[in-house]
Write a protein that binds this ligand. Structure first.
Ligand SMILES: NC(=O)c1ccc[n+]([C@@H]2O[C@H](COP(=O)([O-])OP(=O)(O)OC[C@H]3O[C@@H](n4cnc5c(N)ncnc54)[C@H](OP(=O)(O)O)[C@@H]3O)[C@@H](O)[C@H]2O)c1
Length: 236
């Protein structure tokens, strides 16, 4: 895939940081969004070594008006890949039934970050995507979004936010096809990050290498499908 411009949310740690690292190493211009640039030590080091290839942009995706400010600051800037990576897992209490009353406010926050913000980012950045060569939207979903894969239950808040994200992605794929914008729904694997935990099966390096390969070979026919990081199609 020819290099271009990629915007990544939640680029200060975990999978987002590795996305920034690998795309930058391949020569891409990276707009690395994070909510607290002043605390983003690893990302700041990457940016400092990148010779301008990695630009850090403050963005809390759930903050009122923040996405519009980002879009204004990047007006006229082509974006080839818009990578919606930022997410939250939500309260630990969702592992069991009996907490939905007390957790409803947190549930709304999880939806704001995981489901609504990615859609708003696509809406706000659509002019930038249309200026780009590749015109790809990546939505970081999770295998936990899969209804047919859900045999163990639990994690109702996180699961439902990602299932709803898949629904958003499926509609976007249809709505944006005529303008040449493709939408990829991605499961990164069970990855060793703060969210994935130390028992997770794969490194961020392995996950991101797989995700990049999927996007490299992305075609309009694949838009709206749900992919594992190894390229296999996941069931809804
Ligand atoms: N790790 C896994 O095994 C796994 C499996 C399936 C799917 N995923 C998905 O993969 C993506 C990355 O996960 P990860 O494991 O790298 O998670 P992580 O280590 O917990 O990192 C989450 C990232 O999202 C950012 N974020 C959270 N709320 C935000 C907000 N309101 N505005 C902007 N950024 C915000 C965090 O920023 P702060 O540092 O400021 O909090 C951080 O950069 C997520 O979409 C996750 O659901 C992960």
């Amino acid at each position: 895939m020819e290099t271009g411009h990629i915007l990544i949310t939640g680029a200060n740690r975990g999978i987002g940081l590795e996305l920034a690292r690998q795309y930058s190493a391949e020569g891409w211009q990276v707009f690395a969004c994070c909510r607290s640039p002043e605390n983003a030590t690893d990302l700041s080091q990457l940016a400092a070594k990148s010779g301008g290839g990695v630009q850090i942009i403050p963005l809390d995706v759930a903050r009122e008006g923040a996405i519009q400010i980002l879009a204004q600051s990047l007006q006229g800037q082509p974006i080839d890949i818009l990578f919606n990576n930022a997410a939250v897992y939500g309260p630990a209490s969702q592992a069991r039934l009996g907490s939905t009353q007390s957790d409803s406010e947190e549930w709304m926050h999880v939806f704001a970050v995981n489901t609504i913000a990615p859609l708003q980012l696509v809406e706000a950045m659509k002019p930038n995507l249309l200026l780009g060569k590749h015109k790809v939207v990546a939505l970081m979903s999770s295998k936990m979004a899969s209804l047919s894969d859900n045999t163990s239950g639990g994690a109702i808040i996180y699961r439902s936010s990602k299932t709803a994200l898949n629904a958003v992605g499926k509609s976007l794929a249809a709505d944006l096809a005529a303008e040449g914008i493709k939408v990829a729904l991605l499961h990164p694997g069970w990855v060793q990050t703060d969210m994935g935990g130390s028992n997770a099966l794969i490194s961020t390096q392995e996950s991101v290498a797989g995700l990049r390969k999927i996007l490299e070979q992305f075609t309009p026919e694949k838009s709206g499908q749900f992919f594992n990081y190894d390229g296999t199609v996941l069931p809804w």
